[in-house]
Write a new protein. Structure first.
Length: 67
């Protein structure tokens, strides 16, 4: 049986209508936008048709950043 691998490094790219944005750029934009409490959990909702990423921080705070 194959050995269990460590968690792989994952990169996520969103491509839509000739535009591309990488996961790290989305995270950086959200972190720059967020001014509340320290981020413990982060949910990202990517909506290419809106050109935006909606986010939820710590299950409470919300926001939107363009990409």
């Amino acid at each position: 049986a194959p050995r269990a691998a460590k968690s792989p490094k994952v990169q996520v790219f969103v491509e839509y209508q000739g535009r591309q944005v990488e996961q790290e750029a989305l995270l950086a934009a959200v972190k720059a936008d967020w001014t509340g409490a320290a981020i413990k959990t982060l949910e990202l909702y990517v909506k290419p048709e809106d050109g935006a990423v909606y986010y939820v921080v710590n299950g409470e705070g919300t926001g939107r950043v363009a990409f």
